[in-house]
Design a protein around this ligand. Structure first.
Ligand SMILES: [Zn+2]
Length: 142
C-alpha cells in the first residue's frame, strides 16, 4: 500500500474508507483531523489539508517529498513530469535569454548585421528559451 509510509508518520490516523484516511495535519497545530489522504487505484497518494497547508509543507514536516506519494513504478514518470527545474530558475534563465534576443534585435535595428558569433548566441538563446518551455511543460508551435 503506497500510502503506508505517509500514514506511519501521521498522528490520529482514522480510516474513512478502503483507500481513504483522515489524520492530524503535521503542517499546523491540528486539533481535529483536517488532513485527508487518499490512495488512487494506480497507487498514487493524494493529500489535502482542509485547513489549507501546502502539500510540500505537510510532507516536509514528516520528512517526505512529493516523490514519496508515487509508487515505485511511476517514479520515473514522476521525475520527468514533476521535477523540472524550479520555476524561479527557469524564469531567471528566460529573463537572461530575452535580453540576448533584445540585444540582437537592437543591433539589427541599427542596421548592423549580426556577425556569426552573435548569430550563434542568438540561436542558442532561442534554443534555451524553447528548452525552458519544454521543461516547464509548455507546448509551443514548431
Ligand atoms: Zn495543515
Amino acid at each position: 500500500m503506497s500510502a503506508a509510509p505517509l500514514l506511519d508518520r501521521l498522528e490520529g490516523v482514522r480510516a474513512t474508507g478502503p483507500r481513504g484516511w483522515v489524520a492530524r495535519c503535521p503542517g499546523h497545530r491540528d486539533k481535529t483531523p483536517s488532513l485527508s489522504v487518499r490512495e488512487l487505484p494506480d497507487g498514487r497518494v493524494l493529500v489535502h489539508d482542509f485547513a489549507g497547508c501546502d502539500v510540500h509543507d505537510i510532507l516536509a514536516a514528516v520528512g517526505l517529498s512529493l516523490r514519496d506519494l508515487f509508487p515505485e513504478r511511476l517514479r520515473d514518470d514522476f521525475k520527468r513530469e514533476q521535477e523540472p527545474f524550479p520555476a524561479r530558475d527557469l524564469l531567471k534563465a528566460l529573463g537572461h535569454e530575452t535580453l540576448v534576443v533584445l540585444m540582437a534585435a537592437s543591433t539589427v535595428a541599427q542596421g548592423v548585421a549580426l556577425d556569426s558569433d552573435n548569430l550563434d548566441r542568438l540561436t542558442l538563446a532561442v534554443r534555451r528559451i524553447r528548452e525552458a518551455l519544454d521543461l516547464a511543460g509548455v507546448r509551443h508551435a514548431a
